[in-house]
Design a protein around this ligand. Structure first.
Ligand code: ATP
Ligand code: MG
Ligand code: MG
Ligand code: MG
Length: 563
């Protein structure tokens, strides 16, 4: 491709709201432009990169027997009502009404749609296991879209779903997925960890997140180099879930946003931690403004409850029933996202006063809570702290390390949650009706590309891992209007194209300095600098973006050895 014909609107300055380096560089390199909060247009260079990520994912999904599908992004409310998620998914679900007053949503995920297909089309154990995946646009109305495509509202996800005759069988596919995900992120050139994530009472480790290690990460990863154990912070600090609690594989219901001042004061005073340590405070918002939440201090998991909350509205039916029914009061536990907490015992519930917050299970949160008069904070349960250097509980002599991480992928065994709710069954070998066992597996495509930039950049710009680079090689003629230089540059361009190398010819009339700056900013792995002096010696200069090393090589012979 010729630079002059491509839309590559590079910028000197990053937008003022860009907080992390990948967001800044993706905008500056002309890869993306914001249309509205959390909604981005992907420009030609950006799309080339996303397609690379997608292709890698596709190959790895196909390698484990995945079949690609493409499901509608607009989904009817009825399916979500059937699964029970219409009422408690919360505000992340973008709801739409059509001209006939029918309710729809823009899919934030596709468990309902895929389960609906499979319950209609799959009848027999002979058709199992079945692994279906798609690469598609999702919409989640994130409270705090930020970091560019890393936490967008509209974003591309690869989501896969598997269907099985038994628990043992889903385990097998789960293991295949682990391998495939490890391959994907390795091939993307990322430094990442597969970590155990909360799996509640399903037992065992049935949820894993893939975390790219980066200081800008919103999550934290705990790991031990001695034994290789790795988990997310919630899991490492979590108390063992009590009976009847735990994650059921539902989408996180909570929304994370900046805590209100009043909450920060109440909570930090109580916990005696500086406000900046409240890294992931669960705060839910409603129309009235403030709401309630709690509280994870940096590297600490602090189960506390906030008193004097009014107007709660439950997001999770199970918790709603179990507590509201017994008390007739709007009560709920205020707890860190994903931290399994025990359901209150009957006597505890009975002892609750008006407006006291209650207990609950993973991912069960409430919304619409307003602070009443005097907000009080009260600790429930042990204060849990996971610190760097803590002895690793999984081996002898190892110690915990803690790093920030970006969640690029998440795999989960769902069991029969959706298939039971939606009556998705099959006939087993004996002709008996059984319920399908499911797994689900997601990767953020844009987030993976952004995470690669977080790990691969310098003060000049992006340093693409070769497999994700929009072009492997850029040809930089020092002066494209010089006949000899132009000839050589065109020759190089033609030959490399013949050889199947993805090459961009910077045929613009700009000064070499401008072209260099853009090439460094965009981060092509290899630059071929073609100038009159070197050409007279029968040479061109080949420069490696990552190391900055450059050397002269005989031209055109060197072309046969590129990249
Ligand atoms: P997060 O904890 O960051 O909100 P999640 O746990 O809600 O992510 P999943 O439901 O596990 O996300 O979705 C699978 C993958 O989709 C995530 O691992 C991530 O890579 C990607 N993803 C989720 N939300 C977003 C978003 N708002 N923007 C871009 N990618 C996202
Ligand atoms: Mg989320
Ligand atoms: Mg998450
Ligand atoms: Mg997740």
């Amino acid at each position: 491709m010729r630079y002059s014909q491509l839309l590559i609107p590079t910028l000197k300055e990053a937008p003022s709201d860009a907080e992390v380096i990948s967001h800044k560089l993706m905008v500056r390199a002309g890869m993306i432009r914001q249309l509205a909060s959390g909604i981005y247009s992907i420009l030609p260079l950006g799309l080339r990169v996303l397609r690379k990520v997608e292709q890698i994912i596709r190959e790895e999904m196909n390698a484990i027997g995945g079949q690609e599908v493409f499901l509608p992004s607009i989904q009817p409310a009825e399916l979500w009502q059937e699964s029970g998620r219409w009422d408690f998914y919360g505000k992340e679900l973008l709801r739409i009404i059509d001209r006939h007053d029918r309710k729809f949503c823009y899919g934030p995920t596709h468990e309902e749609v895929i389960t609906d297909i499979v319950r209609r089309e799959v009848r027999s154990y002979r058709q199992l296991p079945l692994v279906l995946y798609q690469i598609q646009t999702k919409f989640r109305d994130e409270v705090r879209p930020r970091f560019g495509v890393m936490r967008g509202r509209e974003f591309t996800m690869k989501d896969a779903y598997s269907f099985h005759a038994s628990e043992q069988d889903v385990q097998k596919t789960y293991e295949d997925m682990k391998t495939a995900y490890n391959n994907v992120f390795k091939r993307c050139g990322l430094d990442f960890k597969m970590v155990e994530a909360d799996s509640g009472t399903i037992g065992g480790s049935f949820s894993h997140e893939f975390m790219v290690l980066a200081s800008s990460g919103e999550d934290a990863v705990v790991f031990c180099d001695a034994c290789g154990y790795a988990s997310n912070l919630e899991k490492a600090g979590a108390r063992p879930p009590a009976n009847g609690t735990g994650s059921d594989g539902s989408e996180p219901l909570a929304e994370v946003s900046t805590p209100g001042q009043k909450t920060i004061e109440a909570v930090t005073t109580f916990l005696k931690v500086p406000p900046q340590k409240l890294v992931k405070t669960l705060i839910l918002e409603n129309e009235k403004g403030l709401v309630a939440g709690l509280v994870r201090g940096d590297r600490q998991l602090n189960p506390v409850k906030l008193k004097n909350l009014i107007d709660c509205e439950w997001l999770h039916p199970a918790s709603e029933e179990s507590i509201k029914e017994q008390t007739g009061l709007p009560v709920g536990y205020v707890g860190p996202v994903n931290l399994p907490l025990p359901v209150f015992a009957d006597h505890e519930v009975a002892a609750m006063q008006d407006f006291v917050t209650g207990a609950n299970k993973t991912d069960a949160h409430f919304t619409g809570v307003q602070f009443g008069r005097d907000l009080q904070v009260e600790q429930v349960g042990d204060l849990r702290t996971v610190e760097e250097g803590d002895p690793c509980p999984h081996c002898d002599g190892g110690t915990y390390q803690i790093r920030r991480g970006i969640e690029v992928g998440h795999i989960f065994i769902l069991g029969t949650k959706y298939s039971t709710a939606m009556k998705a069954g099959f006939l087993d070998e004996n002709g008996k009706e059984k319920t399908l066992v499911m797994g689900c597996y997601g990767i953020g495509v844009g987030r993976t590309a952004a995470a690669a930039i977080e790990q691969n950049h310098d003060d000049k710009g992006i340093v693409w891992p070769a497999p994700l680079a929009p072009f492997q090689v850029v040809i930089l003629p020092t002066n494209y209007s010089d006949e000899k230089v132009k000839d050589a540059a065109d020759t190089a361009y033609r030959r490399l194209t013949e050889l199947g190398v993805e090459v961009l010819l910077d045929d613009r009339s700009d000064r070499l300095g401008v072209k260099f700056k853009d090439a460094e900013l965009i981060g092509f792995p290899l630059q071929l600098v073609i100038g009159p002096k070197n050409l007279e010696q029968g040479e061109i200069e080949v420069k490696t973006r990552r190391t900055g090393e450059s050397a002269n090589h005989p031209f055109p012979a060197i072309l046969e050895k590129i990249p």
